[in-house]
Design a protein around this ligand. Sequence first.
Ligand code: SF4
Ligand code: SF4
Length: 329
Amino acid sequence: MSETRTKSRNAPIGPSPFRVEAEALPREKFSDPELTAKGEQRASVPLTRLETLWFNTGTLCNLACATCYIESSPTNDALVYLGAADAARFLDEAETMGTREIGFTGGEPFMNPQFLAMLEDTLGRGFDALVLSNAMKPMRRHEAALLALKERFGDKLTIRVSLDHHTQEGHEGERGPNSWVPGLDGLKWLSANGFSIAVAGRLLPGEGMEAAREGYARLFAAESIRIDALDPLRMVLFPEMDASKDIAEITTECWGILGKSPAEIMCATSRMVVHRKGEPGPRVAACTLIPYDDGFDMGATLEEASGAIALNHPHCARFCVLGGASCSA
Ligand code: SF4
Ligand code: SF4
C-alpha cells in the first residue's frame, strides 16, 4: 500500500510529533485469530446492534499526513470513491437494522464527487450524519450545499474537524506546512454558521488529557469557536496507533482485568463499507481502523457482516481495548 502513496506538495517534512515510541511488534503476535502468541484464548467482540454504519468515501485526500492510518494522499486510491447507488443499497439495509447514525470518512469525503448526494440521501432517510473532514478547500467548495443541508436538517448533520493539536506547530508537524490556517478557518466558518460541530485531536507524547483539553479550550475561546473542549463528544482525543509497534494481545481474561466489556468496543456497534480498488463492489469491513486486512473483511452485506470479530490486530489492543491502559495479569 505505502508504495502507492505520493506526498502532497505540503506533506510534513520530519517525523510525526505523535509517533508511538515502542519496540517492534514480534512476528508471532496477532497471527492466529483463536489464540495469542502465548497460547491463550484471544478475545472477540460480537455485534450487539449496528448503531453506526460508516462509509469510507475513498482514500484520496488533499493532505498526506505523516501518520494517516489509512495512508491517504492526493494519489492513493487504494479505496476508490464509493458510489451513491452503492451507498443507497447499504442505507436500505441499515434501515432494517435500527441503525441511528451514518458516518462518512476518507480520505477527505468532500473530494468524492457523489458525496453530497450520499449525504442528502442519508439525512433524507432520517439518519443522523457524522462527517469527518479536514475542513480545508474540498469542503469549502461546497459551502452553499452545506448551508442548504443545515437549513433542512439542522443538527442531524454534524461535521467533525480533525485539528491534530491545539498548537500550529503540533498540527503542522503531522499535517504539513500551511495546513493550520486553512483548517482553522474552515472550522471557524462552520462554527460561525451554526453547524453542529466537533473536533478530533491528539495528545503529544507526555501531554496529559487535562492539559490537552485546556489547550483546546484556550484556542476555541481565542478563535470564537463554539465547542466545549471539556465535552468528550465534541472534543474527541484519540489514542495513537502504530501497527508495527509492540503491544499486548487481548485475551478473554483481559475484560475482567481491565473492567471493560466487549459491548463497549467500537466494533460491537459499528461497521464500515469500503470499496477496494480492483474489487467488483463495496464490502463491509469490521471497523474504520482496518480497511485492508482480509481477516477483517466481513462480507458483501450488513447481514453477512454481523458476526463476532476476533481482536487479532495491534489496533484492537492499542487503540480500542487498552487505549493507553495496560492489561497484564
Ligand atoms: S486529512 Fe485525514 S485522511 Fe487526509 S491524510 Fe490527513 S489523516 Fe489522512
Ligand atoms: S480495531 Fe479491532 S477492536 Fe477496534 S473496532 Fe476494529 S476490529 Fe474492533
